[in-house]
Ligand binder design. Structure first.
Ligand code: SF4
Ligand code: SF4
Length: 349
């Protein structure tokens, strides 16, 4: 199968999940963690200086951008994150004048990217970050289609072993004790970014609403959108005016995307072959990396098979129980009808 055909097949599958009838929820659901951390972005404080972009670039050792971070002319064009950037700031002309907004992974409480990934390369950590494991990823790009915020991107310049690129909330640096707050937050000169426990950030946002009447809309974007996110926004203008989707609703994305594979029988049946196909396409040049990937894939396949077998056993057991109950109901009904007929006959005699 050609790479393009294969990606087309995945695209068609995703379209079914996104555009068609919502697929039934899969066996796995993320629930969000009550003590998780996140970031509150205050659009009324952002001055569009791009220092958050520079801070992110520095701590994550990302490639230098084509134009330096102090070149604000890049704000003349709307940008999105790409294979070399985890975050971008954009400028918006709004009813209340110019407003800036930083964009990056929203770290959904129930991430669509994770529920759409059939080798479980994504992880929703108890600390709040949604992380991605390059050793497990097979490069299918299903997560790119599933994310409602268009966040995951690939290193397109590396066709043999492209890596997913997206913000990880500086999870590796914070858990290793190298940073106290994410790189972007530490670099922001105006405190437009605040890092903290999600519950505290929500309280902080409400306090700002209370302290500065008329400055903000009474809405914390991300408190409920798509089931909630660990990245939160407050603003003085409608969120749609600063490039945030307001049509997403409050249902977690996995309710639409999770189980999408299970809902497409051909995918479920062909799963192992499909995985190996993806693996063959995305295998790395380097032998050691290839071996590592093979091991990780083997492990992921064994895990997926065990989960499938367990689900099938449950379905089978339920079907058996339903069948038995139905037979018992029918037998009981037949006996009752026979008894009634016998009684009627005896009355007639
Ligand atoms: S914004 Fe997209 S990439 Fe980030 S956690 Fe949510 S679904 Fe995943
Ligand atoms: S560093 Fe702060 S003020 Fe500057 S663009 Fe980023 S969020 Fe806005």
């Amino acid at each position: 199968m050609q790479r393009r055909q294969f990606l087309g097949l995945l695209g068609a599958t995703a379209a079914t999940a996104v555009l068609g009838k919502p697929a039934q929820a899969g066996p796995k659901h993320f629930t969000g963690y009550p003590d998780s951390y996140g970031v509150l972005f205050d659009a009324t404080r952002c001055i569009g200086c791009r220092r958050c972009e520079a801070g992110c670039n520095r701590v994550n050792h990302l490639p230098a951008p084509a134009r330096p971070f102090d070149d604000l002319s890049v704000l003349d064009t709307k940008r999105r994150t790409d294979g070399r950037t985890f975050t971008v700031v954009n400028r918006y002309e709004t009813a209340k004048g110019i407003v800036y907004r930083k964009n990056q992974c929203q770290h959904c409480l129930e991430p669509a990217c994770a529920s759409s990934c059939f080798v479980a390369a994504y992880d929703k950590t108890p600390q709040g970050a949604v992380t991605w494991n390059e050793k497990v990823c097979v490069g299918c790009r299903y997560c790119m289609i599933a994310c409602p915020f268009d966040i995951p991107t690939f290193e397109y310049w590396d066709p043999l072993a492209p890596k997913i690129m997206k913000c990880h909330l500086c999870y590796p640096h914070i858990t290793a004790g190298k940073l106290r707050v994410p790189g972007c937050v530490g670099a922001c000169p105006t405190e437009a970014l605040v890092y903290g426990r999600r519950a505290d950030l929500i309280r902080e946002a409400r306090q700002r609403f209370h302290l500065f009447p008329g400055r903000y809309l009474d809405h914390i974007y991300g408190e409920h959108e798509m089931g909630g996110t660990n990245w939160l926004y407050i603003s003085g203008v409608p969120f749609s005016q600063i490039g945030l989707r307001e049509d997403l609703g409050v249902t977690p994305a996995p309710e639409f995307t999770s189980g999408a594979l299970a809902a497409v029988p051909i995918i479920a049946a062909a799963w192992p072959a499909l995985l190996l196909g993806i693996y063959a396409i995305s295998q790395a040049k380097d032998k050691a990396a290839r071996q590592e990937k093979r091991e990780a894939l083997k492990e992921a396949l064994a895990k997926a098979k065990a989960e499938c077998d367990a689900e099938l056993a449950k379905v089978k057991a339920k079907a058996e129980a339903d069948k038995k109950a139905a037979i018992e109901r029918e037998v009981k009904k037949a006996l009752e009808e026979a008894a009634k007929a016998q009684a009627a006959k005896e009355e007639g005699e």
